[in-house]
Design a protein around this ligand. Structure first.
Ligand code: ATP
Ligand code: MG
Length: 335
């Protein structure tokens, strides 16, 4: 049923460069979308400051990490001293305030894994999720953003991968597949591994940014303006990288033994992390280490059924890139 293990990239891969770049361009949000996000943030800031003068709002997730496709929902974190109130009370109070100001579909989801208030802003048409004190997400957003500025091929690859994952129905943690965040981490790791490397490992360099969040020391080099020539020795094109990315996850990754780690810029072993057996609901069938919460496997949502779905999708993508006459269309066909 499966194709032979792919060894070398097809010789005509370059002819797909323009079509892949066109897909990337079509996914990048327009400037006016950024302006709308700022406008909504300003509205929310005004409402929040009135109630909690020392609170702060931060954009995080794809609207701030440079990996957002157009028309994504925006993710906002409310940073507030929550010693006196519990999160649910704060969320309910926040929902009341927003509701009173004409924001629509305001809903407090106090029992979600990450409790949030959802809302829709009729002025901009944007939907947004507000969480409380999820500061690690703000910091990992900053890390992803830094990586995104080093070489444009990362954003190009990640947009193609996210678009593929969405089209193929493998971008939903509640269904046992991977988050957008996990896919971007996979792309970063992949580009750290190219020879010569396209991305450095920012967490192994002398830190220029450092914060401690929930007792986790988050430190990395963020002066990426100084790294603009880092990737120059590597001349691989976008279609070559898309091909190699899927070839890696279809045929080269060692699912039994390996953990990908952006933090170290290497592959580390499941054995060393004690991720070789199922613990509770964590099965560790595809292991993706979070850059800061290093006990956290971003692949832990994957179960014995969805690992097969995922691996079959990686193989399908690899085979399309190798053999299909029209990969830029076939790759994204709905499942
Ligand atoms: P999309 O374009 O699909 O909305 P996104 O980048 O906003 O993509 P999500 O998966 O919705 O990605 O996650 C939003 C943000 O929440 C991420 O950018 C990351 O900062 C944080 N996040 C998500 N999942 C995790 C996780 N498992 N561990 C730590 N942080 C996470
Ligand atoms: Mg998001």
């Amino acid at each position: 049923k499966h194709f032979r293990r792919v060894v070398q990239c097809r010789t005509d891969i370059e002819k797909f460069k323009a079509p892949f770049l066109a897909i990337f361009q079509s996914l990048v949000p327009a400037e006016e979308e950024k302006a709308k996000q700022k406008q909504l943030l300003a509205v929310l800031e005004r409402l929040v400051f009135k109630e909690w003068p020392s609170a702060q709002l931060y954009l995080y997730g794809s609207c701030a990490n440079s990996f957002g496709v157009s028309n994504s929902d925006i993710d906002i974190c409310l940073a507030i001293d929550d010693r006196d109130n519990n999160k649910s009370e704060l969320l309910l109070r926040l929902a009341d305030i927003l509701q009173a100001d004409n924001l629509q579909n305001v809903q407090a989801l106090t029992h979600a894994r990450v409790p949030i208030v959802k809302l829709m802003d009729p002025a901009t048409g944007l939907s947004c999720d507000i969480c409380i004190n999820n500061v690690l997400a703000v910091v990992n957003t900053r890390l992803l953003h830094a990586y995104g500025q080093i070489d444009v091929r990362l954003r190009q690859l990640a947009f193609i991968v996210k678009h593929w994952a969405r089209s193929r129905g493998v971008n939903a943690t509640y269904e046992g597949t991977l988050s957008s965040y996990a896919y971007v981490i996979m792309c970063i790791h992949f580009l750290q591994q190219r020879e010569p490397a396209i991305l450095p490992c920012l967490q192994q360099m002398a830190p220029t940014y450092r914060v401690t969040v929930d007792d986790i020391d988050c430190a990395f080099f963020d002066r990426v303006d100084l790294l603009q020539d880092f990737s120059a020795p590597n001349k691989e094109s976008l279609p070559q990288l898309v091909w190699a990315f899927f070839d890696y996850w279809a045929y080269r990754h060692d699912y039994t033994n390996d953990v990908i780690s952006v933090r170290t810029g290497t592959i580390i072993s499941k054995h060393d992390k004690d991720w070789t057996r199922r613990i509770g609901r964590d099965r560790h069938l595809i292991c993706i280490e979070d850059p800061f919460e290093i006990s956290h496997d971003l692949g832990r949502v994957v179960d014995k059924h969805t690992i097969r779905v995922l691996r079959e999708e990686f193989e399908r993508a690899a085979n399309i890139l190798q053999y299909n006459p029209n990969p830029c269309v076939t790759l994204f066909e709905p499942y």
